[in-house]
Design a protein. Structure first.
Length: 326
């Protein structure tokens, strides 16, 4: 091989490497552009619109005012009158999301633990079924629960026909249900109520809880639980001292993820919650696409909801770090 041939081969390799670098640069540029346009830009627009100003009878105009954020915390009539309606809606957002996410995780945990102890083929069938259930939209799920809890054709009708309603009256529990808002003078009722709202929301995210907990539970060593039972520990003691400490990080992460997901739940709350317990997600829709048509204030509510979710995730991250250090 001559010196000229060697120089030519090096030049070809340099040209190939430069083409590879250029291809990677183009790919990174395209991905960055997609992320900016479809992920970052919408957030920036929502933040900018939240500083806009509502014009009575004419939509809104671009502006830079904190009136929308002030309205969220102290009401529209401040300083003459202070109201905490929107803070109350944010509180109900947290209330429903926290209880529903915890309920979903608590019910999914024993099911997933039992699932990991089945044969691999049976596990595969269950996982396929659970993954298939994720294809159902929130509207479809809420429609099913709406029929199931209907006063005329759902569980209340079953209670009345089978005599369970009369039995509840005879034993004195019917009045307790009325005090909880789950009965009227004639029969039990499940909607609208916080019970129906939380039940539907927890059912909505229950498959996600199973899928997220399955990898951690499938990696548990069953010999540890068997050794603890051999030494005389009860089933609850084994769960409390062996199983839960082993999966505390996935358990916390799953609960946080479901909580943030449920903060934006709209259909379940709008169908099953009472008018005095509407959430921020419902209020955002009412302001942006509903009857109010106040996009700046709806955007301000969305920004505050996003900040609230980010704060929760931050504290969850701190708890994760603390748990890993201990």
């Amino acid at each position: 091989m001559t010196i000229a041939d060697d120089i030519g081969m090096r030049a070809d390799r340099g040209l190939d490497s430069s083409k590879g670098i250029n291809a990677k640069a183009v790919l990174y540029g395209v991905l960055t552009t997609i992320m900016v346009v479809f992920c970052i830009l919408p957030f920036i627009l929502v933040i900018i619109i939240s500083f806009g100003q509502k014009v009575d009878g004419a939509g809104w105009v671009w502006a830079f005012t904190f009136a929308n954020y002030q309205r969220f915390f102290v009401g529209l009539l401040w300083p003459d009158e202070v109201t905490f309606l929107y803070l109350q809606q944010l509180g109900y957002s947290f209330y429903f999301a926290i209880i529903a996410s915890v309920l979903a995780v608590l019910t999914a945990l024993p099911f997933t633990l039992l699932l990991t102890r089945l044969r691999r083929s049976t596990q595969a069938v269950w996982l396929v079924f659970i993954l298939a259930s994720l294809s159902m939209s929130e509207v479809f799920i809420v429609m099913g629960w709406d029929i199931l809890l209907s006063n005329n054709s759902g569980l209340p009708k079953v209670f009345e026909v089978t005599g369970l309603t009369q039995w509840l009256k005879d034993v004195g529990w019917f009045q307790t249900l009325r005090d909880m808002g789950l009965a009227n003078p004639r029969n039990v009722k499940f909607k609208p109520s916080s019970f129906a709202t939380i039940l539907t929301m927890s059912y909505l995210v229950w498959p996600y809880a199973v899928i997220l907990l399955y990898p951690a539970l499938s990696r548990l060593d069953p010999s540890l639980s068997e050794a603890a039972r051999t030494m005389g520990a009860s089933r609850w003691t084994v769960t409390r001292t062996v199983t839960l400490p082993s999966i505390r990080l996935p358990l916390l992460g799953t609960t946080l993820l479901l909580f943030v997901f449920l903060l934006g739940s709209y259909v379940s709350v709008s169908v099953f919650a009472t008018p005095d317990k509407q959430t921020t997600a419902v209020a955002i829709y009412s302001n942006i696409r509903g009857s109010n048509m106040d996009a700046p204030f709806g955007s301000a509510q969305a920004v505050i909801l996003l900040i609230s979710a980010s704060i929760c995730l931050y504290f969850g991250h701190l708890l994760n770090n603390k748990a890993e250090a201990s």
